[in-house]
Design a protein around this ligand. Structure first.
Ligand code: AMO
Length: 434
């Protein structure tokens, strides 16, 4: 069906049919140009009014911007054309006419605010710099998948409708499931852990997580894409090594395969794959360094969560990706294992971009009795998690893993101002459609 030639492939000497959107019409009097845009780029269609059929000229130049047209004609070299070639039209078909009033201007000449852009994402994604973000996002996911395969992982898909939450009760979205209360899953945490005791041993999942976050911030979504990893016989340091490898692979994939997109985003000169190894700071060192910056009104003490301003001050000092390790056990979830020689200290870690947290992970508690105690300490009813805990009685190896926010990875990689720019159709407190 699609026997058209892409704009980028139109070679001088050929007669082709190009099809796409009317990017712009420039009428200079005797001569006029229709700039046609498809997914590969733009091509100039040149109308010499006195020498061409009147109906053809009227059809080609009378069409509204952003209409879909198919143009058949000979391609010839033309130095002054944006791509060095132009099409002399023999026929022009208006395939789908666009309204003259557009809710946003895909040529980018008129700025639109983020809300208008998200309401009209189809038109927004006609802009090169927006399209580039999603092409890069796709490359990130490709490169990450490939790296996971190199690490010996099997890709899994786990349920998104669940009976219980794992990452904090207030952030759950309840739904009705055949008359019973159920929830949208906050994390594949328990499912991926169950797989390390299966014959698969080392797994990854890339899928949606749902968080009923109260926060309406530039880095929180209510539906996000989590890149999850879990491996049998790994400790937290090996999990951190895998995390570094995956994040670096994402950057390398983009550096190797997205030169055009980086150019479009004006990042070509400055895009750098992060150096290895990432600095590993303990929580204690992190709070000392934050306190020393003087960025906070009150000094942090052991057991405090790190406030956003503190993370920023530390991130600015470190200036690259880094880990924060050895968190106080009390502020990490029940499934994180404590250090054997110090129960107040956990094996949990976060991986930070200088501007925000990207990853949480750790070694997991795989000893049945301690796991059940952990549920109780966190105010959760272990019986509700019986499907999970009982498998720890049938041979569950030591294991470790982490979860990486896909949108935050793309956002920080490209320096986007808002995480919503890395999601085609974001879900936030105000936005449930499109
Ligand atoms: P955590 O809750 O820290 O850990 O989530 C892991 C990473 O997912 C991303 N993320 C979000 N991104 C955008 N909007 C949100 N609302 C949001 N919530 C989380 C962040 C975060 O660092 N089960 C553990 C992971 C593990 O231990 O394996 C978990 O979910 O980048």
């Amino acid at each position: 069906m699609d026997d058209r030639t892409y704009a980028v492939d139109a070679e001088p000497g050929e007669t082709v049919t190009v099809a796409g959107w009317v990017h712009e019409i420039r009428d200079l009097g005797g001569i006029a140009f229709l700039i046609l845009r498809d997914t590969t780029g733009k091509i100039q269609v040149t109308f010499e009014k006195d020498e061409m059929d009147e109906v053809l000229v009227e059809t080609g130049l009378g069409v509204h911007r952003e209409s879909v047209v198919a143009v058949t004609g000979a391609v010839k070299e033309e130095e002054r054309a944006p791509t060095g070639v132009e099409v002399t039209p023999e026929s022009v078909e208006v395939v789908a006419e666009a309204d003259p009033e557009l809710p946003l201007d895909p040529s980018g000449k008129v700025d639109a605010d983020l809300s208008t852009r998200l309401d009209n994402r189809t038109l927004d994604l006609r802009k090169d710099e927006v399209k580039a973000v999603f092409e890069i996002r796709a490359e990130v996911l490709r490169a990450v998948r490939e790296q996971f395969r190199e690490l010996g992982c099997t890709e899994i898909n786990t349920p998104k409708i669940v009976a219980t939450g794992t990452e904090g009760g207030t952030e759950l979205f309840p739904i009705t499931y055949f008359g019973r209360e159920a929830f949208m899953n906050q994390s594949p945490q328990l499912f991926k852990q169950l797989m390390v005791g299966s014959g698969l041993e080392r797994v990854f999942e890339i899928g949606p997580i749902f968080r009923a976050e109260e926060h309406n911030t530039p880095r929180h979504l209510n539906e996000a894409t989590s890149i999850d990893f879990e491996s049998a016989f790994y400790d937290h340091t090996e999990a951190m090594d895998a995390c570094e490898a995956v994040v670096r692979a994402a950057y390398e994939g983009v550096a190797d395969n997205c030169a055009d997109q980086l150019e479009t985003l004006d990042l070509a000169g400055e895009f750098e794959v992060p150096d290895e190894p990432f600095l590993r700071l303990t929580y204690e060192e992190a709070i000392e360094r934050i306190n020393a910056t003087g960025a906070l009104d009150e000094q942090l003490v052991w057991g405090d969560d790190l406030p956003t301003e503190g993370e920023h001050a530390l991130g600015e000092e470190v200036g690259q990706h880094y880990f924060i390790t050895d968190w106080p056990s009390e502020i990490k979830p029940f499934y994180i294992k404590d250090h054997d020689d110090d129960p107040d200290l956990s094996t949990g870690f976060d991986m930070m971009h200088p501007t925000m947290e990207l990853v949480s992970g750790g070694q997991r508690e795989h000893r049945y009795d301690r796991l059940v105690d952990g549920f109780e300490q966190q105010g959760l009813d272990p019986e509700q998690f019986d499907y999970y805990t009982k498998m720890f009685r049938y041979g569950m190896p030591p294991h470790a893993g982490w979860g990486l926010g896909g949108e935050r990875l793309v956002m920080t990689m490209l320096g986007l101002g808002n995480v919503r720019e890395a999601v085609i159709f974001p879900r936030d407190r105000q936005r449930l459609s499109p």
